[in-house]
Ligand binder design. Structure first.
Ligand code: FES
Length: 106
C-alpha cells in the first residue's frame, strides 16, 4: 500500500463530447460509461477516491482519458481497464474509514 493510503485522491475523467481537430473526443470513445463504472466501483469498494468529470484534458486523440489530479494520465482507456484502475485506486488511496463521508463537504 502506498504512503498516501487513506488520503482521498481526486481523479478527473474527460467526458467531452466536442470533437477535437482530428475528429475524436473522449465521449464518442466511451468515456461516460467508463466514468459510470469507476464511480460505481469506488462506491462498492468504499474507496477514498473522488471521481470528477471534466471537459477535455487536451489529449483528445488518445482518449478516453483520465488523470490523477496533479499527476499522471491514463489514456486509450476501455471498459476492460476499469478493474485494473480500481485496483490502482485502492492501492494509492485505500478505503474510506468506516462511517466517513465519501465526499467531504457534500
Ligand atoms: S476530448 Fe477528452 S481529452 Fe479532449
Amino acid at each position: 500500500m502506498s504512503e498516501a493510503a487513506n488520503d482521498t485522491i481526486r481523479v478527473v475523467v474527460c467526458v467531452n463530447m466536442m470533437r477535437g481537430p482530428r475528429g475524436k473526443c473522449c465521449e464518442l470513445s466511451g468515456s461516460p460509461e467508463i466514468a459510470d463504472a469507476l464511480e460505481k466501483g469506488v462506491r462498492e469498494r468504499s474507496l477514498a477516491v473522488r471521481i470528477e468529470r471534466i471537459v477535455c484534458l487536451g489529449k483528445c486523440n488518445d482518449g478516453p482519458n483520465l488523470r490523477f489530479v496533479g499527476g499522471e494520465f491514463r489514456q486509450n482507456l476501455s471498459m476492460d481497464d476499469v478493474p485494473t484502475l480500481l485496483d490502482e485506486f485502492e492501492e494509492r488511496a485505500g478505503k474510506n474509514d468506516a462511517g466517513a463521508m465519501l465526499y467531504p463537504g457534500a
